[in-house]
Design a protein around this ligand. Sequence first.
Ligand code: Z5A
Length: 218
Amino acid sequence: MTQAAKFIVVEGLEGAGKSTAMAHITSWLIQRGITPVCTREPGGTPLAETLRDLVKQVRDNEQVAPETELLLMYAARMQLITNVIKPALTAGHWVLADRHDMSSRAYQGGGRGLSDALINPLRAMVLGTLQADLTLYLDIDPAIGLERARSRGALDRIEQEQLAFFQRTRAKYLHIAATEANIVVIDANQSILQVQQQITAALESAALDGCTLGKAQA
Ligand code: Z5A
């Protein structure tokens, strides 16, 4: 493959099918000779995985301030970008991310109601010039996503939020997707096969830096 390394992000509410999509995209890329470095957020380095555990747990019924949650997300992201994402892209590896910055804007911005004025300075510090080449936002009715998540077992601290929290989060996701470039909305309410077909179509038509990957090489 001669294309420059690309940064592809999968986003969506819980139960939207991100893990399922990650596996599909990975095999789509491998068929084209590209083995991506896969990440998840929060997480992906030893310290970031510890922060992930902390942010997902309920501890002694302590309320977690929205700002604390925001800072933990960006602390984990800083570690991941510094130690994994940037080195991978610099070395010419494609990066495929299960959640990234759009999650913070949707959950802590939309869901928790934190302002752009509060979030944007953190984004500037942590992201610098890093930008996804393509974001696939898997849009799902929160009630359906939560039902899928519940069927897997116990819910973590954020998953225990009320439906209205996820409706605000979804609204923010949709607003960002409608107003910013390089974001494709996938209807994740459909069957796994139909979702995969939409993802394949999005990947095939994505002009990643002017270079369309298209069909697999023979
Ligand atoms: N969070 C945040 O607040 N701010 C941030 O900046 C970041 C994160 C980065 C991370 O959770 C939590 O952190 C998350 C947001 C917050 N919290 N919440 N709530 P996570 O990433 O570990 O988990 P998740 O987002 O909740 O992912 P998930 O529940 O594992 O969902 P998923 O990966 O999108 O879905 P899946 O595992 O692919 O599928 C779920 C099930 O549905 C599974 O049984 C599938 O077989 C099934 N499935 C998948 N697709 C379909 C379709 N199309 N039809 C039917 N069934 C399907």
